[in-house]
Design a protein around this ligand. Structure first.
Ligand code: ATP
Ligand code: MG
Length: 439
């Protein structure tokens, strides 16, 4: 029926498939690799499905890794060192919208029937070059249609993650969602809050890693799927902010995935964006790491105001001091993405100019942090300042002088300055009651 497409599996996959077939088992390439191959896109990670049980797979190959024996997946190392996932045919026996109880199945047809969309339920057997496509996935691919396997309502009820997966596949591959699938999606979004934060986050990161996340994210918005997990983003969808945001997310280079997330979260909050608390709430809800929550929240907080081309050097250094060098780079990356997205040549030129100047400050290592100061706390103690919070206050004061005039960052100059301040304030005569001398 279907014209046999030319598939180009990697050599390592053929080696593993041959090994299984030689052992008397079936080896079927399945899932995303077949879908992408039919779309003419090559990829490295091909997965195999087999009727061999996990321990039988392990017995066939010299180098294997158990990848989740409970799921029936064994990693097999090909000679070239690539790891291929070999999974025993499976069948869902019980589902609750979040997890499935799976059993091993006897046939590839059963295995294909438990998969989510027709385009993901195509199998190809290298040994016979046979394509098994019981749900018409190749035709759907050709016609650019996303369709659930079987009854869409049931399929989403079994696992609500499939709702978000639908948006990702439809967005990424520019597929029209088939009418019944569409209705079932619309009726299922309200159950998304039942998913675990980890699965929702990982799914978001897959969307974010795709070349242009905007199409899938826009489907999230259209179907009301932002309401639960991303509720602080929902108000943005009503206005022009959303279109700007999506374009800017696409403009952040794909390998800076966390910055893409931050660019998205800049639209969170009722006040039209830039609401650090709203962004933080989403990051926390999705259980991002503490470091990511901190980084994301700080970036949203410091996104505006940015330094300006007309600002003086001291202002630039003060800004650098308040955000730090790493964050400064990230902030400029975010602003560049927004300017690129809006197509504003003027905006990009101004950013480029400002960044050049910030960069010069960084390269000249004009001191902006305490560690770059030519004196430290022990110097101040030697001048007679008592141990305690005043040491920090004094250092901050000296740093401020240096940010204002970098040439002051000389030991003698700063010590002179400190001596003067200590004397002026009578600070050395302050006796701290607990300490009777340096420890
Ligand atoms: P990609 O790796 O490009 O994101 P993929 O199709 O390989 O896409 P995976 O999440 O790696 O997606 O899953 C591999 C295959 O397993 C899918 O093609 C699909 O057949 C099946 N599958 C994965 N997750 C589900 C799910 N939640 N429900 C049903 N089938 C699924
Ligand atoms: Mg995959």
């Amino acid at each position: 029926m279907t014209e046999l497409p030319v598939l180009h599996p990697p050599a390592g996959l053929l080696e593993v498939a041959d090994g299984l077939e030689a052992g008397g088992y079936q080896a079927w390439a399945v899932g995303g690799a077949i879908r992408d191959a039919l779309l003419g896109r090559s990829r490295a990670d091909w997965d195999l499905a087999t009727d061999a049980l996990p321990e039988e797979v392990r017995a066939l190959f010299p180098r294997t890794v158990p990848l989740g024996p409970e799921h029936g997946t064994v990693g097999v190392l090909a000679e070239d060192g690539t790891l291929y996932e070999v999974t025993t045919f499976r069948l869902d026996v019980e589902t609750d919208g979040r997890h499935a109880v799976v059993e091993f199945a006897a046939t590839i047809e059963e295995d294909l029937a438990r998969r989510d969309f027709t385009i993901n339920s195509i199998a190809w057997r290298p040994s016979t070059e046979e394509l098994r496509d019981p749900f018409g996935g190749s035709a759907d691919l050709q016609n650019r249609v996303l369709r659930a396997v079987g009854d869409p309502w049931r399929r989403f009820t079994e696992d609500y993650l499939r709702v978000l997966r639908a948006f990702r596949f439809a967005g990424l591959h520019e597929l029209e969602i088939e009418a019944e699938t569409r209705a079932a999606l619309a009726g299922s979004v309200e159950h998304l809050p039942r998913l675990s934060a980890e699965r929702v986050r990982e799914e978001l990161l897959k969307v974010i890693a795709s070349p242009a996340p905007s199409t899938a994210l826009d489907l999230y918005a259209d179907y009301g799927a932002l309401k639960g997990w991303y509720r602080e983003l929902a108000p943005a969808v009503e206005g022009p902010l959303w279109t700007e945001t999506l374009a800017a997310v696409d403009s952040v280079p794909a390998h800076r995935s966390f910055l893409r997330v931050v660019r998205l979260l800049l639209a969170a909050g009722a006040g039209g964006g830039g609401d650090a608390e709203a962004a933080e709430a989403i990051l926390r809800r999705l259980k991002f790491s503490n470091a990511e929550i901190r980084r994301g929240t700080r970036l949203v907080e410091h996104y505006l105001p940015l330094v300006h081309p007309a600002d003086g050097s001291a202002t630039l250094r003060k800004w650098l001091h308040s955000v730090g060098p790493d964050q400064a780079r990230d902030l400029f990356r975010l602003h560049f993405a927004a300017a690129r997205a809006s197509g504003s040549v003027e905006g990009q030129r101004a950013l480029l100019f400002t960044w050049q100047r910030v960069h010069d400050e960084l390269v000249q290592a004009a001191p902006v942090t305490l560690s770059q100061l030519a004196v430290d706390g022990s110097d101040l103690l030697e001048l007679g300042l008592p141990r305690g919070p005043l040491v920090g206050v004094m250092l901050e004061e000296l740093l401020e002088q240096v940010i204002e005039s970098p040439e002051r960052n000389e030991r003698e100059t700063l010590l002179g300055s400190a001596r003067e301040l200590i004397e002026l304030g009578g600070l050395d005569s302050l006796d701290s009651p607990e300490s009777d001398g340096p420890e």
